[in-house]
Design a protein around this ligand. Sequence first.
Ligand code: AMP
Length: 185
Amino acid sequence: MIVVLIGPPGAGKSKQSELLKKREHVVWLSAGQLLRDKNDSLINQVMSTGGLVDDEIINTMMANMIEKISQDKIVLLDGFPRHEAQADWLIEFSRRSNRAITLVLHIHIPDEVIYDRLNLRGRMDDKPDTIADRIEEYNKNIKPIVGYFANSGIKILDINGDRSAEDVFEDIDKALHDIHQSQKR
Ligand code: AMP
């Protein structure tokens, strides 16, 4: 099954991925990380300016990765979908590949905390103007996906991300444990 993680840049998603490595029933797929790992000069150019990589490239990449994962695992998607067209594609893909989208984990943090955290992190796309662009992209395109999934009957779990990584992890871990148990029944 598929779980979608939605949260603004700096929500601590990669820290959560570190903590989730100890959970064998969860496979984390970060669209941004998969793109960075490709180390393709054209893709890097798009990423360093805060733009979006073509849907066709990213959708194909996600499909190939998800299909490699055993059906009994939870595929936790981070950074995908990024707008409604990708969400549509994912809903269609989930039917086609018989992997239900079971849950959306929605992490909330205030904008000023996002700025503080990204300034500390300093990745290649963490420059002040790209940070502003990414917050805007989040509010305009990504956040509305939560409502879109909710309208499709998918359960949403709201998580307060303005806490320690361990506290956030506790909520995520419990939610994923519960849906994994219910799948077995
Ligand atoms: P992230 O690691 O999620 O902050 O993503 C870093 C960069 O990768 C983004 O700014 C985009 O350029 C690209 N990217 C990540 N996910 C997607 C996606 N779902 N669709 C298109 N581009 C993406």
